[in-house]
Design a protein around this ligand. Structure first.
Ligand code: ARG
Length: 485
């Protein structure tokens, strides 16, 4: 490490962090402290946001005559070269320069001299980093929105082919009432639709500009913050400099929305795992999403849904990490906040990969030769139907039938319990009890009871908005198809 020294206009290079401060420091940092305090090896992924923010700041400095137009031109030129170097992988990231901000600024100064040193006028790394994280996260939220649409499309496509496929609906994982498989899948579409709405809502509060807050108190230069916000496509500027540099609530909110989305994924994962077990045999997922066992040759394990269920814990853990990071921090910026990045980055990576893999596992991939999607889940309608016929899934329908004949619901419920008991003793379904035996429970029962007790009769009868009757399910499908395009 070179000796700390004050920068002068003849000294154009920042090779170490100490050179970015001043002559105040009398001893160099130890390697351990350097490694402990630096963030460049994870925050360099925000380089595009950092350059974008710097260019918007420099453009405004020049428009406000705080720096000369030639300085802005030099900064633009330098940043273009830095962009090319980073893209080519030739940029020399230095641990000594702590973070993405100092690395880029140092290289800029190396390339364009004093103009590079003027970039930091009216700015601090505190408002710079808050701006970078927001810009970066905004872009990621937009990608996540697209992936949520793809996942919903996959679910809607499979649902469209399975409106008349009936499976048992469960409560407490006990057979409850028969439902359309499409209806079941559309329940997840509703969840992911809300997740997408939540993301868009979070985006509004992410897309606010802290730049111009400077270190904490604002700055003495006549900045035009609104102009920078417009350049960056941000919806507003932060209204309090202390708040602007220090709060990471937007990152916490995003991670909360991501956690909920992963929780929905984990519920779906659990169902896929149950459905593909030998005891259910409702679906198969394509082999490329499963793995074999090293000891049991017959096994196909649902690794992808299981991992997604596991990774939900990881994302919820990041939410706990971030919220705890913020707790008890006094105003304004504290170095604690450097710890926001790894959990946030990992949340984004995990969520994006999971959404991508689920869209493909459920809906399949487009075959370029045919243009059709293939390789999504395979539905075994026969096994679903057989399961729906077990467990007296239409017992409620018999009760409803009796209510229509004038019996109060509570009495009808009791009567059906007796009928189910008899059928259980005989080892048959309610529909297999002879009419005379059913009539012994209630003389109003007639031959049309068997329609009511059929799976189709049961579904068709649930014809309320949001119910599982195929006509309702088709109406919902049409709405989702129109919305998702
Ligand atoms: N690397 C820092 C972070 O991630 C940038 C801001 C540093 N500011 C400071 N005053 N040390 O938060």
């Amino acid at each position: 490490m070179s000796t700390p020294q004050a920068s002068s206009s003849s000294h154009n290079q920042l090779d170490t962090k100490a050179e970015a401060w001043s002559a105040l420091f009398s001893e160099p940092m130890s390697d351990l402290v350097k490694r402990y305090t630096s963030s460049v090896f994870f925050d360099k992924r925000m380089w595009q946001a950092d350059i974008q923010g710097s260019l918007a700041h420099a453009e405004m400095l020049s428009a406000q005559k705080i720096i000369a137009a030639e300085d802005f031109a030099a900064i633009q030129k330098g940043m273009a070269q830095i962009t090319a170097e980073i893209e080519a992988g030739s940029f020399d990231w230095k641990l000594d320069l702590e973070d993405v901000h100092l690395n880029i600024e140092a290289r800029l100064t190396q390339l364009v001299g004093d103009a590079g040193k003027r970039l930091h006028t009216g700015r601090s790394r505190n408002d710079q980093v808050a701006t970078d994280v927001r810009l970066w996260l905004r872009g990621e939220i937009d990608l996540i929105e697209g992936l949520l649409v793809e996942l919903q499309r996959s679910l809607v496509e499979v649902a469209g082919k399975n409106v008349d496929v009936i499976l048992p609906g469960f409560t407490h994982l006990q057979v409850a009432q028969p439902v359309s498989f499409a209806h079941h899948l559309l329940a997840y579409v509703e969840m992911f639709k809300r997740d997408a709405e939540r993301m868009l809502d979070v985006r509004k509060r992410v897309n606010v500009l802290p730049l111009g807050s400077a270190a904490l108190a604002g700055t003495t230069y006549p900045l035009d913050r609104e102009r920078v916000a417009r350049t960056l496509g941000m919806e507003g500027v932060s209204q309090n400099s202390l708040d602007g540099v220090s709060d990471r609530d937007f990152a916490i909110e995003f991670t909360a929305a991501a956690s909920l989305c992963m929780v929905h994924i984990s519920r779906l994962s659990e169902e896929l795992i149950i459905w593909m077990s030998q005891n259910f045999g409702f679906i198969r997922i394509a082999d490329r999403f499963t793995t074999g066992s090293s000891i049991m040759p017959q096994k196909k394990n649902p690794d992808v849904p299981e991992l997604a269920r596991g990774k939900t814990g990881r994302v919820v853990g990041h939410l706990m990490g971030l919220i705890t990071l913020m707790k008890g921090q006094p105003l304004a910026y504290n170095k604690d906040n450097q710890e926001d990045k790894e959990p946030l980055f990992d949340t984004v990576d995990t969520l994006k990969d999971t959404l991508r893999i689920f869209a493909e596992m459920i809906g399949g991939q487009v075959n370029p030769a045919t243009g059709a999607k293939e390789g999504g889940i395979t539905v075994n309608a026969g096994n679903m139907r057989a399961a729906a016929l077990k467990g007296y899934a239409t017992a409620t329908d018999l009760a409803d039938y009796l209510v229509k004949k004038g019996l109060p619901f509570r009495d009808a419920h009791e009567t059906v319990a007796h009928a189910v008991k008899l059928a259980t003793q005989k080892g048959v379904d309610l529909t297999e009890l002879p009419l005379a035996e059913l009539q012994a429970f209630n003389p109003n029962i007639e031959a049309d009871v068997f329609d009511a007790l059929s799976l189709e009769g049961s579904l068709n009868a649930r014809n309320t908005l949001g119910g599982t009757a195929p006509v309702q399910v088709r109406a919902q499908l049409a709405k989702h198809q129109a919305r998702l395009g």
